[in-house]
Design a protein around this ligand. Structure first.
Ligand code: NAD
Length: 480
């Protein structure tokens, strides 16, 4: 088993702690790498290096930054299979049906950012005083503290690294501990592409230590965080006063009206529930189905769940791997048991799968009669589950939808154009997908939580992320 290093100031180094933790394959329980257990001093060194690197990247022309991003995309694609293998081995998602796609998407995010930054326009503003000329420019915010979760260890990182570098920022990245090896392999791609010394730094270790340090340290000027709402709220306090881009939890509703194409709706809902074993912020975790079509729809969902092949994520036939870690598996068990206690009915699944290579395989689950006081509604489950409720009127559906803390993504299925617009405009989420899975997204479109809910602040995605990760400066010139 290889002993890995962290990346600070353009060099691979040991943590000053000289301590390590094991990265573990969730499908087998076997350790796969020794990861440096970073401490505050490592994070401080990385911030110092990033402040030096900032001079370099902020001074680079936009065209040179775009070239660097293209080189990163190429380095990722050259190692596509190798990276996808690490992703499957460490995160647990199926290699053929999901991991390869995540690596391609990661490369695309860097390639997109290279295009977007070239065509980013600012403005010349007409003003009252005829002797003035006023215009705006975009400048990097400085050293960015980036903290990411384990569900899409490559893609979520790229959502910050690509626009962040495009905008001319230097970066210190703290990844989720359980997917640290993925982060180290991605860092190798950035190194291979020639990222200048100090511009990009990676520190592995506990979020509460190295993550907290990069958030609170005054040497880091802005924060990009994707993770749970609870951690996001802590970060907002610890990083008070710094610009924040927070992509937090989701538990948006998917509403199936009685005139929906039921086969299509069931296909899309199943993919929203079971893709990445449901470990997606935009996963379909609250399904509201019109009473008249409830039974027919639920039968179709159960059929989908039965067809899922749960198993070795490296097997070509496998469509669902293990959950990533024990806490998320325990949470799935707790939510299923809680719903049973509150009168729901588990039609399939609801428990760990037996006789597997590890204890983290969870059966694809469909549950009906879920009540609003169930944990499925009050918390984010993050697992392969389709919890179904029913409604009778549009208003009832919207009321149930709104009685929830999150505001990230919702979906509505209907064949009525007016209804689709009605729901799209009323639903309190940052994104509404009409006649598609709640998971539909592409890396250049804006993504984030709505104000007044617990799903975060700001927008990632293409030029929206570049705007978030840069400062708009106004310049005036007096001609007198
Ligand atoms: P988490 O909040 O437990 O951890 C996220 C990251 O924060 C990890 O890297 C962790 O080490 C770090 N961290 C933990 N405590 C910290 C602290 N005190 N200070 C700084 N960093 C700290 O979340 P998770 O379990 O890794 O990920 C799942 C969550 O991420 C879910 O809630 C999911 O909805 C959310 N998510 C959101 C999006 C989005 O775009 N909105 C995308 C993916 C995942």
């Amino acid at each position: 088993m290889r002993t890995e290093k962290i990346f600070i100031g353009g060099r691979w180094v040991h943590s000053v702690s000289d301590h390590f933790f094991d990265s573990v394959n969730p499908a087998t329980g076997q350790p796969i790498a020794r990861i440096p257990e970073g401490v505050r001093e490592d994070a401080q060194l990385a911030i110092q290096a990033a402040n030096k690197g900032l001079e370099q990247i902020s001074g680079m022309s936009v065209w040179d930054r775009a070239k660097l991003l293209v080189s990163i995309a190429e380095a990722i694609l050259r190692r596509k299979e190798d990276l996808a293998q690490v992703l499957t081995m460490e995160q647990g998602k199926p290699y053929y049906s999901e991991a390869l796609e995540e690596i391609e998407g990661t490369a695309l995010a860097f390639a997109h950012a290279a295009e977007q930054i070239k065509w980013l326009e600012t403005s010349v503003l007409p003003v009252e005083d005829r002797n003035k000329r006023v215009w705006t420019i975009r400048q990097p915010k400085g050293v960015y503290a980036i903290i990411t979760p384990w569900n899409f260890p490559f893609m979520v990182a790229a959502e910050y690294l690509a626009p962040g570098l495009a905008a001319g920022n230097a970066i210190v990245w703290v990844p989720a501990p359980t997917t640290s090896l993925c982060a180290i392999r991605l860092a190798e791609c950035l190194e291979e592409a020639g990222v200048p010394e100090g511009v990009f730094n990676l520190v592995t270790g506990k979020g509460s230590i190295v993550g907290d340090e990069i958030v609170a340290n005054p040497g880091a000027h802005a924060i990009g965080f994707t993770g749970s709402t609870a951690t996001g709220n802590q970060i907002a306090v610890r990083g008070a006063g710094k610009p924040l881009l927070l992509e937090l939890g989701g538990n948006g509703p998917t509403i199936v009206l009685k005139d929906a194409d039921l086969n299509h709706a069931a296909d899309m809902v199943a993919s929203g529930c079971f893709f990445n074993a449901g470990q997606v912020c935009s996963a379909t975790e609250r399904i509201l189905v019109h009473r008249d079509i409830h039974d027919e729809f639920v039968a179709k969902l159960v059929n989908h769940a039965k067809k899922i092949v749960l198993g070795d994520p490296f097997d070509l036939r496998t469509t669902m791997g293990p959950l990533n870690n024990e806490p998320v598996t325990l949470k799935n068990e707790a939510h299923a048991n809680d719903s049973l206690e509150r009168g729901a009915e588990i039609l399939i699944g609801g428990k760990r799968a037996k006789n597997r290579t590890s204890n983290l395989f969870f059966e694809p689950t469909v549950i009906t009669g879920v009540t609003e006081d169930c944990l499925y509604n009050k918390d984010e489950t993050f697992g392969p589950v389709a919890p179904v409720m029913s409604f009778s009127t549009h208003e009832e559906a919207l009321e149930i939808a709104a009685r929830n803390s999150w505001g990230l993504v919702s979906s509505v299925f209907t064949s009525n154009l007016k209804d689709s617009i009605y729901f799209a405009e009323k639903l309190k989420t940052g994104i509404v997908n009409i006649n598609d899975s709640s998971n539909y997204w592409e890396s250049h479109i804006p993504f984030g939580g709505v104000a007044g809910k617990a799903s975060g602040v700001g927008r990632i995605g293409g030029k929206y992320a570049i705007s978030e990760m840069s400062d708009l400066k106004t310049i005036s010139l007096d001609l007198r």
